[in-house]
Design a protein. Structure first.
Length: 85
Protein backbone atom coordinates (compact mmCIF):
# COMPACT_ATOMS: atom_id res chain seq x y z
CA UNK A 1 0.00 0.00 0.00
CA UNK A 2 1.62 3.31 -1.08
CA UNK A 3 2.02 6.02 1.51
CA UNK A 4 1.22 9.71 1.08
CA UNK A 5 4.76 10.66 0.10
CA UNK A 6 5.02 8.70 -3.15
CA UNK A 7 4.24 9.80 -6.66
CA UNK A 8 1.75 7.71 -8.57
CA UNK A 9 -0.42 8.45 -11.60
CA UNK A 10 -3.31 9.18 -9.25
CA UNK A 11 -1.48 11.23 -6.62
CA UNK A 12 1.01 13.14 -8.78
CA UNK A 13 0.78 16.91 -8.54
CA UNK A 14 -1.06 18.25 -11.63
CA UNK A 15 2.01 20.36 -12.45
CA UNK A 16 4.12 17.21 -12.81
CA UNK A 17 1.79 15.66 -15.38
CA UNK A 18 2.47 18.51 -17.82
CA UNK A 19 6.27 18.30 -17.57
CA UNK A 20 8.72 16.49 -19.83
CA UNK A 21 9.46 12.77 -19.47
CA UNK A 22 12.96 13.63 -18.24
CA UNK A 23 11.51 15.82 -15.46
CA UNK A 24 9.22 12.95 -14.43
CA UNK A 25 12.18 10.55 -14.38
CA UNK A 26 14.24 12.93 -12.24
CA UNK A 27 11.30 13.37 -9.83
CA UNK A 28 10.86 9.61 -9.55
CA UNK A 29 14.59 9.14 -9.00
CA UNK A 30 14.51 11.70 -6.18
CA UNK A 31 11.49 9.90 -4.72
CA UNK A 32 13.28 6.55 -4.58
CA UNK A 33 16.81 7.73 -3.81
CA UNK A 34 16.21 10.78 -1.68
CA UNK A 35 18.06 14.04 -2.07
CA UNK A 36 20.84 14.18 -4.63
CA UNK A 37 23.17 16.40 -6.61
CA UNK A 38 22.73 17.15 -10.29
CA UNK A 39 25.73 15.02 -11.25
CA UNK A 40 24.47 12.07 -9.20
CA UNK A 41 21.05 12.39 -10.84
CA UNK A 42 22.66 12.40 -14.29
CA UNK A 43 24.57 9.24 -13.38
CA UNK A 44 21.59 7.39 -11.91
CA UNK A 45 19.11 8.34 -14.67
CA UNK A 46 21.62 7.94 -17.52
CA UNK A 47 20.44 11.32 -18.85
CA UNK A 48 22.90 13.92 -20.15
CA UNK A 49 23.81 16.57 -17.54
CA UNK A 50 22.19 19.29 -19.66
CA UNK A 51 18.90 17.37 -19.75
CA UNK A 52 19.00 16.85 -15.98
CA UNK A 53 19.66 20.58 -15.48
CA UNK A 54 16.64 21.44 -17.66
CA UNK A 55 14.47 18.89 -15.83
CA UNK A 56 15.49 20.30 -12.44
CA UNK A 57 14.70 23.83 -13.65
CA UNK A 58 11.22 22.66 -14.68
CA UNK A 59 10.67 20.89 -11.36
CA UNK A 60 11.86 23.87 -9.31
CA UNK A 61 9.63 26.24 -11.29
CA UNK A 62 6.66 23.94 -10.60
CA UNK A 63 7.70 23.84 -6.90
CA UNK A 64 7.99 20.05 -6.96
CA UNK A 65 11.71 20.10 -6.14
CA UNK A 66 13.71 22.37 -3.86
CA UNK A 67 17.44 22.94 -3.72
CA UNK A 68 20.01 24.05 -1.20
CA UNK A 69 23.74 24.59 -1.25
CA UNK A 70 25.83 21.60 -0.21
CA UNK A 71 27.79 22.20 2.99
CA UNK A 72 30.43 19.70 1.85
CA UNK A 73 31.04 21.51 -1.46
CA UNK A 74 29.53 24.98 -1.91
CA UNK A 75 29.82 24.62 -5.70
CA UNK A 76 27.12 21.94 -5.66
CA UNK A 77 23.41 22.06 -4.93
CA UNK A 78 21.41 19.33 -3.21
CA UNK A 79 17.97 18.68 -4.72
CA UNK A 80 15.06 17.15 -2.85
CA UNK A 81 11.48 16.30 -3.68
CA UNK A 82 8.81 18.48 -2.08
CA UNK A 83 5.62 16.46 -1.68
CA UNK A 84 2.75 17.41 0.56
CA UNK A 85 1.98 14.60 2.94
Amino acid sequence: MPDDTTISARSAPPELLDLSPSAKLVAKTLEYGGESTQSALAESTLLPPRTVRYALDQLEEAEIVSSRISFADARKRIYSLELEA
